[in-house]
Design a protein around this ligand. Structure first.
Ligand code: FPP
Length: 222
């Protein structure tokens, strides 16, 4: 399944979209894509099938966001904690990522047409090297597009993101580029992986749980 599905909505979906557009629209929506394993269990299918269907839902959601002119979408695709799952599940998720980023590179014309810039946020050094290379190619190929932005959080946790930002500021002080008094909330925000994005207006957790699970702790205000 492709990342960016052709964006035509059917008449019922068009009606829903036009009703939604009457109200204020979010500029940036973030998603915690969970519930895949519960879905697989409920449907009595393999766990990997649950994750693949989760990706299909993501592509469907991106189609909606494009149609609703939502400029920025951030998805929690794989957390650093997820590396603690069984080898079989982690390998399955890495293989899914490999296939999907390869597909993304094949779909460059479509990304260009819709002006979609892809960013991948996280500790990418934790990923297999071939996936790091695919991600780098996808990010480079779309870096000049600016109609909408898709941020994929992969090997991400917010605590890691904030710790890296603090380390970067500490390094700045150590090297004499910053004074301790320069450190501020706004400087820390600028050192985060998400520095190019406005904070999300809306966070959706697909399974209905009400927890942040170490996702965008700095960026989401209650
Ligand atoms: C959490 O649901 C979901 C994941 C750990 C993986 C989500 C990833 C995808 C759908 C694929 C995304 C891939 C790319 C390349 C963007 P869960 O497994 O924790 O399910 P549960 O909440 O039922 O336990």
């Amino acid at each position: 399944m492709s990342w960016i599905q052709e964006a035509e909505l059917n008449p019922v979906e068009r009606l829903c979209a036009s009703i939604l557009k009457v109200g204020p629209m979010p500029e940036h929506v973030a998603f915690i894509m969970d519930g895949n394993r519960r879905y697989a269990q409920k449907c009595r299918v393999e766990r990997q099938q649950g994750h693949s269907q989760g990706f299909e839902k993501l592509a469907e959601t991106l189609r909606w966001c494009l149609n609703l002119n939502i400029r920025e979408v951030t998805v929690y695709a794989f957390s650093i904690e997820n590396f603690k799952r069984s080898k079989e599940e982690v390998d399955g998720l890495m293989e899914l990522a490999r296939q999907k980023f390869t597909r993304l590179l094949e779909e460059q014309e479509n990304l260009k047409k819709h002006g979609v810039c892809i960013r991948v946020l996280g500790n990418l050094t934790l990923l297999p090297v071939d996936i790091q290379e695919l991600i780098a190619q996808a990010v480079l190929a779309t870096q000049s597009y600016n109609k909408c932005f898709l941020n994929v959080c992969f090997a991400y946790t917010s605590r890691h993101e904030i710790t890296s930002a603090v380390r970067e500021m500490a390094l700045g002080v150590e090297e004499g580029l910053l004074k301790p008094s320069d450190l501020s909330e706004s400087l820390l925000s600028r050192c985060l992986y998400s520095s190019s994005s406005p904070d999300p207006d809306l966070l959706i957790r697909t399974s209905g749980e009400v927890r942040l699970s170490d996702f965008l702790l700095w960026q989401v205000r209650s």
